[in-house]
Ligand binder design. Structure first.
Ligand SMILES: NC(=O)c1ccc[n+]([C@@H]2O[C@H](COP(=O)([O-])OP(=O)(O)OC[C@H]3O[C@@H](n4cnc5c(N)ncnc54)[C@H](OP(=O)(O)O)[C@@H]3O)[C@@H](O)[C@H]2O)c1
Length: 291
């Protein structure tokens, strides 16, 4: 039995779908407020709980062989990125879970102090490595599904909105590929006790994305590119009214201000370990929003 946290999220939903396509038993950790009907229809066991509640984690971890931690944090990195993962790891140890897959983030080891999420994920990585569990840590770049709403707006209006330096590079990863890798990590010997940077096959500059969309939809892009300083100014303004929101914008600021791309060697290692070819952003978008 697999336990998947964040099962209604962009990644978790894909993990559950793929597991069910392969007729694997899966317990989907969901909140009552979320829409989980599709997961139930696919034959997933639905576990309703809140990852902020340790007793829900204790209960969810009973009778599971593999745990894939793929939940996100919203605004509460302390409770969700950090504490919930520590609790999951503790329960995995107590229940002799065979393998634990943790979805971290590319650049987690660069010491970004402005992002509670990056700091939490790094601490969880260390805790997992020291736990004695068999583990795989995946450090993905930005997910391709994030681009879908931008692509849909581009298709309808020709407008593409992107903050900050357009030369910044990333290795946007197909969310379907990442789901496949997360599942395969529980089975492939060479993935045991390893950390992988996970990205798409291409190193893309931000300015490449509207070009891809222009090819997909055969229209000229109108790029709106506010500078990062505008974001910083707004953040300071927000901070005067809501200091907590200001803090939680630190992760977004970190993502906007820095580059998150995988090296050619990292992609080669990924493709050879998991025996797959990583999908390009263009192909992903073509499948989801192409004409
Ligand atoms: N998105 C990216 O570009 C990116 C890049 C690198 C790494 N990552 C990491 O990849 C992971 C998955 O990201 P994602 O984009 O798929 O996340 P997402 O779409 O934002 O989904 C977050 C999931 O966490 C669940 N969740 C939030 N609070 C919860 C709580 N208190 N109890 C139970 N479940 C809760 C949400 O449930 P509800 O449906 O109930 O809200 C949802 O299923 C995260 O760890 C993220 O940090 C993401």
């Amino acid at each position: 039995m697999y336990l998947v946290t964040g099962a209604t999220g962009s990644l978790g939903r894909r993990i559950v779908r793929q597991l069910r396509e392969n007729e694997q038993p899966v317990k989907a950790f969901v909140r009552l407020s979320s829409s989980f009907g599709e997961l139930e229809d696919r034959g997933a066991e639905i576990f309703i709980g809140d990852l902020k509640e340790e007793r829900d984690i204790v209960k969810a971890c009973r009778d599971v062989k593999y745990i894939i931690s793929s939940h996100g944090s919203g605004k509460d990195a302390q409770a969700l990125d950090y504490r919930a993962n520590i609790d999951l790891i503790d329960r995995a140890v107590a229940n002799n879970v065979e393998h634990f897959v943790f979805i971290s983030v590319l650049g987690v080891d660069r010491g970004y102090q402005d992002s509670a999420t990056f700091k939490a994920k790094r601490e969880v990585e260390k805790y997992l490595i020291a736990s004695g569990l068999s583990y795989t840590i995946l450090r993905p770049s930005g997910f391709a599904n994030n681009i879908i709403p931008l692509a849909e707006r581009f298709r309808d209006t020709g407008i593409y909105f992107s903050i900050g330096d357009q030369k910044n590079r990333s290795s946007i990863v197909s969310t379907d590929d990442l789901a496949k890798i997360a599942i395969a990590s529980t089975q492939i010997e060479a993935a045991k006790n390893q950390i992988f940077a996970v990205g798409g096959p291409d190193i893309l500059k931000r300015e490449d994305i509207p070009r891809i969309l222009a090819r997909l939809f055969n229209r000229e892009p109108i790029v709106i590119n506010p500078p990062l300083e505008l974001f910083d100014g707004l953040r300071i303004g927000v901070g005067l009214i809501n200091p907590q929101l200001n803090k939680s914008l630190g992760t977004l600021r970190t993502l906007l201000a820095n580059e998150f791309f995988c090296t050619i060697d990292e992609i080669a290692r990924l493709e050879s370990t998991f025996e797959m070819k990583m999908e390009s952003l263009e192909s992903f978008l073509h499948r989801y929003v192409g004409q």
